[in-house]
Design a protein around this ligand. Structure first.
Ligand code: DUC
Ligand code: ZN
Ligand code: ZN
Length: 498
């Protein structure tokens, strides 16, 4: 029939499903002008004059980057106090896509008493029907029983859940140092990565009690109670626990100069300690919590935003190798009783739900203030927002770069697009953004996920549930111990006792 014939002729003429022309390609290591050919969801050619395609995108004046990977976000997840995040896998993934992301890594969170398997099954089911971009899942471990450590974790790591977050604070989540060592030891043995929320719980409680006793209940005291010392002490302790058993570790959402310094020092001592930071530590300060009434609750997250000097230290850390990963820590709790005020409108600071949204604004903010103002290069931007996360979390080279054979996950950025951030333009399910009114220059115009146009002309083009689960690859497991005798006084002799 005529129609079939015509289709066949067109297919023959077109070597690619999609061709991106005239753009400047930027990866984590280099920038060059080339065309990208995409077939069946993969990048199949990078070069000049690639020929014809069913769909050609003219990227003149645009930047062609790997799609972003948001490696830390809380989606359709119940907090330890059992409040549900405002975003599910649909709204969260749509918002992520509009912000230039093609992969995100939310959590399957264990609450005490739950089996990890059950937790993972629930998260998989929630994501399967909804996500529009690809996703992996980290685990949150709050109850490291013998069964979790010896049975569930090893098999889940094999199935592609190769990273887990643990908390040193939050009453219902925190693990003690012994439990941390147990988890690190298992992670080391099986090539997984432990992500640590490093804040000293006792210090926070001690200060909080005294503030509340004196009637200091307002949101701004959240930042006082979560002292930078609570963060730097816990970060140092976590790093030392990792040293003891020679395990890899990533300290998440670093806000403070001293904590950042400990990470850099560990890296300089050749320990495999990674650091992550987030937009809230570059663009907010504790002053944002100090507002009329409960307004400051919008900025309550942990660790809290600090001061200008801390912001500068965090910028420096993005440049000097302290931080490998820049994530949102999107933790969406609305400014109402379903979220921030789950404990009441007049709750004291320690009862306000912790977290800020940021999936969609993470990359435009860093692009505008970082690349646009000359603080980081475009290649560093790609490394921090995509490539390093792919490498660290076992997704590389399928994700995180633009190389032949990798998934065609591509964001085409317009570096001249000036936008003023407003809640109404964002696609999450939140009723505020902490970045309201900020002017940014640079935003993705077209976002491509596995060769499919996901976002174009400010419109979503892919179906609900079309994102795929990404099992991830563990790092080299059971590395040779760097010490020779079990009685060696070497500081990491603990590895011999695993
Ligand atoms: N702190 C966390 O530990 N997780 C989610 C958000 C937050 O503020
Ligand atoms: Zn955290
Ligand atoms: Zn988090």
């Amino acid at each position: 029939n005529w129609n079939e014939d015509r289709k066949r002729r067109i297919r023959k003429m077109n070597k690619y499903d999609l061709l991106i022309k005239n753009g400047m390609i930027h990866t984590a290591v280099e920038s060059f002008e080339a065309e990208i050919g995409v077939s069946e969801g993969k990048i199949t050619a990078i070069g000049q004059n690639l020929g014809h395609a069913e769909r050609v995108i003219d990227a003149e004046g645009m930047l062609v980057l790997p799609g972003g990977i948001d490696a830390h976000c809380h989606i359709e997840q119940e907090s330890s106090t059992r409040i549900m995040t405002a975003d599910d896998f649909y709204s969260g993934s749509v918002s992520a896509a509009f912000g230039g992301n093609t992969t995100f890594l939310p959590f399957a969170a264990q609450h005490r008493g739950q089996s990890l398997r059950e937790v993972v099954d629930t998260a998989r089911e929630r994501a399967r029907n909804k996500a529009v971009i690809d996703y992996g899942l980290h685990l949150i471990i709050s109850d490291p029983t013998q069964n979790v450590l010896e049975e569930e974790l090893p098999s889940l790591i094999k199935e592609g859940y190769t990273s887990f977050k643990v908390y040193m604070t939050y009453e219902m989540l925190k693990i003690n140092d012994g439990e941390m060592l147990d988890i690190l030891a298992i992670a080391r043995r099986h090539g997984a990565l432990t992500m640590v929320h490093a804040e000293n719980n006792e210090v926070i409680n001690w200060i909080s009690e005294r503030l509340i006793r004196r009637g200091y209940n307002a949101p701004k005291f959240h930042a006082v109670s979560h002292s930078p010392l609570a963060e730097s002490e816990a970060s140092r302790r976590a790093i030392d626990l990792a040293r003891l058993v020679d395990a890899r570790m990533l300290i998440v959402h670093v806000s403070d100069a001293e904590a950042a310094h400990s990470i850099l020092q560990a890296r300089n001592n050749e320990l495999t300690i990674y650091g992550e930071t987030c937009p809230q530590y570059l663009f907010l300060t504790a002053k944002d919590l100090d507002q009329e009434g409960m307004e400051g609750a919008k900025y309550c997250c942990s660790p809290p935003p600090r001061d200008k000097a801390s912001q500068e230290a965090i910028w420096k850390g993005l440049k000097n190798g302290t931080f490998q990963v820049f994530s949102s820590d999107h933790a969406p709790y609305r400014f109402d009783e379903s979220g921030k005020f789950h404990a009441g409108r007049d709750a004291s600071f320690n009862k306000i739900a912790n977290g800020v949204p940021g999936l969609e604004t993470r990359m435009p903010l860093l692009f505008s203030e970082g690349v646009g103002k000359g603080r980081i290069t475009i290649n560093e931007f790609v490394a921090l927002t995509s490539t390093n996360a792919a490498k660290i979390y076992g997704l590389y080279p399928r994700k995180g770069s633009l190389v032949i054979g990798s998934d065609a996950d591509i964001a085409i950025w317009d570096p001249k697009w000036v936008r003023t951030i407003k809640k109404e333009m964002l696609h999450d399910n939140m009723d505020y953004t902490p970045y309201e009114g900020m002017e940014v220059k640079g935003w993705p115009r077209i976002v491509i996920s596995r060769g499919r146009i996901a976002v174009e002309e400010e419109t979503l083009k892919v179906d609900r549930g079309s994102g795929e689960f990404l099992p991830r690859t563990p790092a080299e497991a059971g590395r040779e111990l760097p010490i020779s005798s079990p009685l060696s006084p070497s500081r990491n002799f603990g590895a011999k006792l695993l």
